[in-house]
Design a protein around this ligand. Structure first.
Ligand code: ADP
Ligand code: ZN
Length: 291
């Protein structure tokens, strides 16, 4: 059975066709410009593919409340041409199939829980550290939405005493995203993160902020696994630094078998960077089952 998957990102839209086993058959990428420029190419791609349903993991903020009049719309995003764009309605009308819709990070979380590093778990956390910081929370087997959807990248953090950078988030300055996303690293150190591989100080500070946020999240949500993805987490040397600092932050307060084996508790994504597309396939499968 074929399903369509759309990973709608701020810079590119990845469209793919997959099946219920998590196999991806083909994919293309379309640059994200305006809805008028971008959507026709996406619709064209899916139109003759004989898909049973479409799943969309979308950049946010978005309306994921099915009871809301603006369900399926993009909300107040910094990507101005997309404000209030009706993503679900547009695709439903164009393709005539059920459409599943969630945030890009909830999509990645679903991909990891269905086919990847958190397979089968009921409580897990997926966090991406890239151009921004976002996270998806699975709690008691359900993706947490609540009032809107979590925006854990904007939790305020305590600054490291050596850090003089004012923070990049226009709303909060020194939130996790403002201190630790790729653009914050570049602004603080004057070079893109990729070119700072040999500067140990960069990764010490980066892991300090990520670990502080993870300790807060562990204490709040009690996840059974934490998966870290996104461009910045391609720096795998961050993992041991983060694990060590998380334990230091928690300071022995929690005693669990997961924390005893922290090397398998805080881990990289397990889907070869396909977690977003795989999650969108799962969203499509769930949308079909919902009808
Ligand atoms: P997006 O968040 O836009 O979907 P990414 O997850 O690739 O895309 O994140 C892009 C950010 O991650 C950029 O700020 C970039 O500097 C940083 N980045 C990308 N690749 C790497 C890498 N290998 N090492 C460190 N940082 C990276
Ligand atoms: Zn913020």
């Amino acid at each position: 059975m074929l399903y369509g998957a759309l990973e709608a990102g701020g810079t590119k839209m990845v469209c793919a066709i997959g099946d219920e086993t998590g196999k991806i058959y083909e994919q293309i990428s379309v640059p994200t410009k305006t809805p008028e420029d971008t959507m026709p190419a996406i619709i064209d791609y899916f139109k003759d593919k004989d898909i049973r349903a479409l799943g969309i993991g979308c950049f946010g903020p978005i309306d994921v409340d099915k009871a809301s009049p603006s369900y399926g719309h993009i909300l107040r995003t910094p990507k101005l041409p997309w404000i209030d764009f009706d993503m679900v309605g547009t695709m439903k009308k164009a393709l005539g199939v059920p459409v599943g819709f969630d945030t890009d990070v909830d999509g990645s979380l679903l991909g990891e829980v269905t086919w990847g590093a958190a397979k089968g778990l009921s409580d897990a956390l997926y966090i991406t550290i890239g151009t921004g910081v976002g996270g998806g929370i699975l709690s008691g087997g359900k993706v947490v939405h609540g009032m809107m959807h979590p925006e854990l990248g904007h939790m305020k953090l305590v600054k490291h005493e050596s850090d003089t950078y004012e923070g990049k988030c226009p709303y909060h300055g020194t939130c996790l995203e403002g201190l630790a996303a790729g653009p914050a690293i570049e602004a603080r150190w004057g070079k893109p993160a990729k070119e700072l591989v040999d500067n140990a100080e960069v990764w010490e500070l980066e892991s300090f902020y990520i670990a502080q946020a993870l300790a807060n999240l562990i204490l709040t949500l009690s996840p059974k696994k934490i998966i870290l993805g996104g461009g910045v987490m391609h720096q795998l040397q961050l993992f041991p630094l983060i694990r060590k600092k998380v334990l230091k932050e928690l300071n022995g307060y929690l005693v669990t078998k997961e924390l005893d084996d922290i090397d398998s508790y805080i881990i990289p994504a397990g889907c070869n960077d396909d977690q977003g597309i795989l999650g969108a396939i799962k969203l499509a499968m769930d949308a079909e089952a919902d009808v």
